[in-house]
Design a protein around this ligand. Sequence first.
Ligand SMILES: Nc1ncnc2c1ncn2[C@@H]1O[C@H](COP(=O)(O)OP(=O)(O)O)[C@@H](O)[C@H]1O
Ligand SMILES: [Mg+2]
Length: 216
Amino acid sequence: MSALLEVANLRLKYRDPQALDCVSLEVRKGEIVGIVGANGAGKSSPIRAVAGLEAPSAGNIHFAGRGITGIDFHEICDWGIGRVAEGRQLFPTLTALENLKMGALLPRARSREKDAMTEVFALFPLLAERKHQLAGTLSGAEKQMLAVGRCLMGRPELIMLDEPSIGRAPNVVQQLVHTVRRLNGSGLTVLRSSKTSPRRSKSPIAPMSWKTAASS
Ligand SMILES: Nc1ncnc2c1ncn2[C@@H]1O[C@H](COP(=O)(O)OP(=O)(O)O)[C@@H](O)[C@H]1O
Ligand SMILES: [Mg+2]
C-alpha cells in the first residue's frame, strides 16, 4: 500500500545549524505513527514542515501522492492535513463554540459544520457543556479536547498531534489515549510526537511504527 504521507530526506535550517538532516518517514492510511525524541531532537519541525509552516531546504513531502513543497499552508489544511500544535494555539478570548467553528472554515469542511460539531460533542461531551465558556478559562484537559475538537472540525484525513501529553495529568493522558484510539478506529490516520515511546512506557497506544527524531 502506498503511503498517505511520505517525507523523504527532509532538511530544514532555521539559522545556521541544520535543524533536520535527512529525515524520512512514512505514514500509511489507517496507521498511528509516532515521532519520539528528546527536547530539541526535531519532532515539531517535521510536523510543521508537513503543515507548510516551515520551508525545507531539501527533500520532499507528499500527501496522497501530491507534492506539498511550496504549497500555501491554508491549502495544505484543505487537503486534509490537520495539526494540533504543542501549545494548542486556541483563541482564548473566543468561546469554545467559536473556536470549534473556526476549525470548520476550511472549504472542505464548511458544508458539514453541523455534522462535525455533533461528532465532536459526541467524542467530548464536556465540550458541549462548556461551549459558551471562553477558551482561556477552560481547564487544561478541556483545552486539550478543544484543540483536538477544532482540528477535527476541519475533517482531516491525517491528524498530527505534537506532544499532546506534555505536562498533562495521567488521567488526561489516559483520556487522550482513548480518544486517539477511537479516532483511529473510525479511520483517521495519526502522526503523534512524544518524548517517550508509548511502548517503552507501557501505554496502551501501540503505534505501528516509531521514527526516532535524531537531528543536531
Ligand atoms: N524557530 C526556531 N528558530 C531557530 N531554531 C529552531 C526554531 N525551532 C526549532 N529550532 C531548532 O531546531 C531543532 C529542532 O527543534 P524542534 O523540531 O522544535 O524539536 P522538538 O520538537 O523535538 O523539541 C532544535 O535544535 C531547535 O533548537
Ligand atoms: Mg516540539
